[in-house]
Design a protein around this ligand. Sequence first.
Ligand SMILES: Cc1ncc(C[n+]2csc(CCOP(=O)(O)OP(=O)(O)O)c2C)c(N)n1
Length: 250
Amino acid sequence: MAVVFDRPKALCDVPMHYCPGCTHGIIHRLVAEVIDEMGIEGDTIGVCPVGCSVMAYDYFGCDMIEAPHGRAPAVATGAKRAKPDSFVFTYQGDGDLAAIGTAETVHVATRGENIVVIFVNNTTYGMTGGQMAPTTLPGQITQTTPFGRDTSVQGFPIRVCEMLSTLDGTALAQRVSVDTVPHIREAKKAIRKGFENQKEKRGFSIIEVLSTCPTNWGMSPVEALDRLRAEMMPYYPLGVYKDTSVKEEK
Ligand SMILES: Cc1ncc(C[n+]2csc(CCOP(=O)(O)OP(=O)(O)O)c2C)c(N)n1
């Protein structure tokens, strides 16, 4: 009988700790599928910092490094410069990448470090119980904004892809989602493009993935996907914000 669905080899055969309906598992799978398809598991180094995906080193078969909170781009820079022929990716949440790690994020992009950043935006600090993140939407209720995020007090959310697309070192800045099968396919293509950019030495690639956190949003997995579409997508439009490979092809 034909096998139509299998575990990617780059993913370990272990149960994951993620909550029901959490989209981290889908995103892990997409990264692993790209690693398999490019045949680069032995040459890939992943960097996971602090957040719900802190134990990603248990899930990916490639080499993995644990970074302090927010510092994955700095650690990835060191790994890539020490082993320039390897493929280096970071896998970061929005609290990690856009709060404590903002400086590392901006500077790794402007330096044009030849790495891929997978940015999982679920509009909250998942691991610590659902506090406000820089990406929390105006009016969103969290543990630290019990009356909803008030932009006159807490400021406005950061649109990371738009911001990084203005920097010359950025080769690819694309926002995708994993709420439907077509969007999951698109997300995988974007991740693949990021890894191809690394092969072609084009510079820094960031793929932002709109994600859900049913547990901390207080929703069922299905309600969480509905919220992603109804509230997150209008504020964080999907799309390619910068892609220097297109210019090269013309
Ligand atoms: C230096 C430091 N500060 C704060 C923390 C506490 N902390 C752990 S995870 C986390 C937020 C993670 O949120 P995010 O990056 O959005 O990832 P998620 O858990 O939602 O996937 C924080 C603040 C820490 N571990 N280390």
